[in-house]
Unconditional design. Structure first.
Length: 147
């Protein structure tokens, strides 16, 4: 969720960052539970409970992306995809929409092109590798780098 990346090195780096983030969020959850139990005022409990809810939602979102990228690292498959146009990637800005086919079924995704320069990517009609995993077949990531 934080980065859409595809090389093993970038995925490993992302996993390290997400691990640190998960640890920090966990510490925040534990601290806020402690503060809720120890709070003497109702206002302080409500504030800490609100922070706790936000942290729990955050850890769920980060862990889902962590789990997906772990699967992508361990069980990578490739196919060819075709760029369709530009799209918006939530919280990351402009991306490129693409389509790929696996076992006769078509999938559409949108991911960012960073760090590849936008003007070096053929849109529409560009053909690039798509990295996917059988467990998350509909969440492919296009590889814009020519390796």
């Amino acid at each position: 969720m934080l980065l859409n990346i595809v090389s093993d090195e970038e995925l490993l780096t992302s996993q390290i960052v997400k691990t640190i983030l998960l640890v920090l969020i966990t510490i925040g959850i534990i601290y806020n539970i402690y503060k809720i139990v120890r709070s003497e005022t109702k206002v302080r409990r409500i504030i800490n409970l609100s922070i706790l809810i936000f942290l729990v939602l955050s850890i769920i979102l980060v862990f889902r992306e962590y789990k997906y990228e772990t699967t992508l690292l361990k069980d990578t498959k490739y196919t060819t995809g075709v760029t369709i146009g530009y799209c918006s990637v939530f919280a990351r800005g402009e991306g490129i929409e693409f389509e790929y086919e696996i076992d006769g079924k078509k999938y559409r995704c949108c991911n960012t092109f960073h760090p590849v320069p936008k003007d070096s990517i053929v849109v529409p009609g560009g053909k690039y590798k798509v990295r996917y995993t059988k467990k998350y077949i509909n969440k492919g990531r296009m590889v814009f780098k020519n390796e």
